[in-house]
Design a protein around this ligand. Structure first.
Ligand code: 5GP
Ligand code: ZN
Length: 116
């Protein structure tokens, strides 16, 4: 997939509107258009990376920035105490539908385990 075809790169470029709630040098976060929990935020790197399989040596910092953003957003959304889930789907078999890596941050309701 080339960057121009990527929905999340288009959000990064401001071509598609999104409810952006967090920005850092390496990542942005916005609310999922089809929320699966009272809080459902997507945290994405500014750089286009299609899947976890496409990570290179040297991407540790960008991946770490997604988790640091998750921590801050969980605090901001009042989820830190009760608990929340962060998950990244890799590939169609795991339910990935947008091929620009993203952490889902879900909270605000009881989250069952294992997921479907
Ligand atoms: P995946 O299935 O790839 O793990 O997650 C993709 C997520 O992106 C889905 O939860 C879907 O609702 C969300 N999504 C897809 N297109 C858009 C969009 O244009 N805007 C926003 N805010 N979320 C989107
Ligand atoms: Zn992209």
């Amino acid at each position: 997939m080339i960057r121009e075809d990527c929905m999340f790169c288009r959000i990064l470029d401001g071509e598609i509107p999104a409810d952006i709630i967090h920005e850092s040098d390496a990542a942005i976060a916005f609310r999922d258009i089809n929320p699966q929990a009272p809080t459902h935020v997507l945290i994405i790197p500014r750089r286009h990376i299609s899947t976890i399989n496409d990570l290179d040596a040297g991407d540790e910092e960008v991946v770490g920035s997604l988790f640091m953003a998750a921590k801050d957003i969980a605090q901001q959304e009042g989820l830190a105490e009760d608990g929340y889930r962060v998950v990244m789907n890799c590939g169609e078999g795991a339910g990935q539908s947008v091929f620009h890596i993203h952490l889902h941050l879900l909270g605000g309701r009881l989250l069952n385990w294992p997921p479907g």
